[in-house]
Design a protein around this ligand. Structure first.
Ligand code: ZN
Length: 467
């Protein structure tokens, strides 16, 4: 009998990882990094809680680090089998993992300088460039809708999850002793209110369903309300002479923001003359988005696809790419009238921290939050209304206005999650909620029961179920 063990993104949003074992094979579904508080991030250093030599295959739903960020560590620790993913994930994951290795090495360099001075033993990075290069060789690509064997008794099909470019819902069919079992993992489900990508694919059959629950407790505002608030914040910043800072996940939210700024520009309502994409990785990811225009939603992006031939600057002429550190530092001298988009999305690292340090204390600054902010992150502290924050060891007053635009979220909200589950035919699959904070899961569980009389399980980390 097959078993499934919940390892990560279980009663929390990061560290997505599930182990599927049949009589003949073992598959790892996701190999995500823990992100958020220091305590969460320390978990990335720990040994994997399974025998790597037993693994036959790894399947990755999409490129966000909390779904794929520990792959190079798995490879460093001995994994040499295939890693299944979609074509766009193949392109994006290279950018994502190389950057993660770069940051890991930089962190260690800094830490080791302190340790050397204190006479403490030096530490190793989480993984290196070489581990990433070794990982990239293992990629095996399959387009949406294609069925492919993963092992002798498991086949795989990806469906479009509409969350970021190349993101997938993973369907695994297990055949054991003439018995068939279908496991569907939602991955991260997209927000159908956003414009660029298609809505998550409708799936009608599963025996076991793992579903994300990031926004299990709330509904996003409508896109119209979100765009109104976005326009107002941009306008107010212009009138008060301040800058606009947009911390954005380099893959997904960054491109959605560029798309809407371009639309505003074309409508003549974008007054800012300078829009900086201050993120080497965001620039690379945006160019990859451009290579996969066929995955964009036909209707919503028609004029975009017709306008752009070379790149994003045709769509948004005030856009400046800042690749080097020097160029990025020059932005610090601009005290108003600029829009600065930079990573990381939850303000846990990256160039956005420098811009926050320089601008948060000014009361004419607008910070626009467009993505999910996990507990323990600087982004969450801002959303929760902190009056002071610590950045690079300095206490900074928060006098800026903070706007949270839920409608730009890359995740389905409660009503969209409930709608998506309605398509499953009866008998309904056994449902397990994953990828959410516990209180959000409890709320979604309540809603599923009251609307559909469907009991959702909320597994504990390390729990194993029989399929
Ligand atoms: Zn994601």
């Amino acid at each position: 009998m097959a078993t499934l063990t919940f390892i990560g993104a279980t009663r929390q949003v990061t560290g997505s990882c599930y182990l599927l074992k049949t009589r003949a094979s073992t598959i790892l579904l996701e190999c995500g990094m823990y992100q958020g508080s220091n305590q969460d991030e320390e978990r990335n250093q720990k040994d994997f809680p399974f025998d790597i030599t037993q693994l036959d295959a790894v399947v990755i739903s999409h490129t966000h680090l909390d779904h794929c960020g520990l792959l190079p560590k798995l490879v460093r620790d001995g994994y040499q089998g295939p890693v299944f993913m979609t074509p766009a994930t193949h392109d994006l994951i290279e950018v994502m993992l190389k950057d993660a290795a770069f940051l890991a090495m930089k962190d260690v360099e800094w830490e080791n300088r302190q340790r050397q001075r204190a006479g403490k033993p030096l530490i190793e990075p989480l993984y290196t460039d070489q581990d990433v290069a070794d990982t990239l060789h293992l990629r095996e690509v399959h387009a949406y809708g294609e069925t492919t064997p993963v092992t002798d008794d498991i086949s795989l099909r990806f469906h479009d999850a509409g969350h970021i470019l190349g993101s997938s819902i993973v369907e695994l069919k297990i055949s054991e002793n003439k018995k068939k079992h279908t496991l569907v993992f939602s991955g991260d489900l997209g927000n159908s209110k956003t414009a660029m990508l298609d809505d998550p694919s409708v799936i009608t059959h599963a025996d076991t369903l793992l579903m994300e629950s990031t926004y299990g407790d709330r509904n996003h505002r409508s896109l119209e309300e979100t765009l109104d608030e976005f326009r107002d914040a941009l306008q107010e910043a212009m009138e008060s002479g301040g800058n606009v800072l947009i911390p954005a996940f380099t893959i997904g939210r960054t491109q959605e923001v560029l798309f809407w700024l371009g639309k505003f520009y074309r409508e003549g309502i974008l007054k800012q003359q300078k829009v900086f994409l201050d993120s080497p990785m965001g620039i690379k990811a945006s160019e990859i988005y451009f290579k996969h225009l066929h995955l964009f939603n036909d209707e919503d992006t028609k004029s975009f696809r017709e306008t752009v031939k070379q790149g994003w600057k045709e769509w948004l002429p005030p856009l400046h790419y800042t690749r080097s550190t020097e160029e990025s530092m020059q932005i610090n001298t601009i005290t108003g009238g600029a829009i600065i988009i930079a990573g990381s999305g939850m303000c846990t690292g990256g160039r956005i921290r420098h811009h926050l340090k320089n601008n948060l204390w000014r009361n004419n600054t607008r910070v626009i939050i467009v993505g999910f902010q996990a507990q323990g992150t600087l982004g969450r502290a801002l959303v929760d209304g902190a009056r002071h924050v610590s950045i690079f060891g300095k206490e900074i007053a928060v006098n800026a206005s903070i706007h949270t635009l839920g409608g730009f979220s890359a995740h389905a909200d409660q009503s969209q999650l409930l709608d998506w589950t309605k398509s499953f035919s009866k008998p309904r699959p056994d449902l397990y909620l994953v990828h959410g904070e516990t209180e959000k899961m409890l709320e979604l569980q309540k809603q599923l029961y009251s609307h559909q009389q469907w009991h959702a399980n909320i597994p504990h980390p390390g729990e194993m179920i029989e399929l």
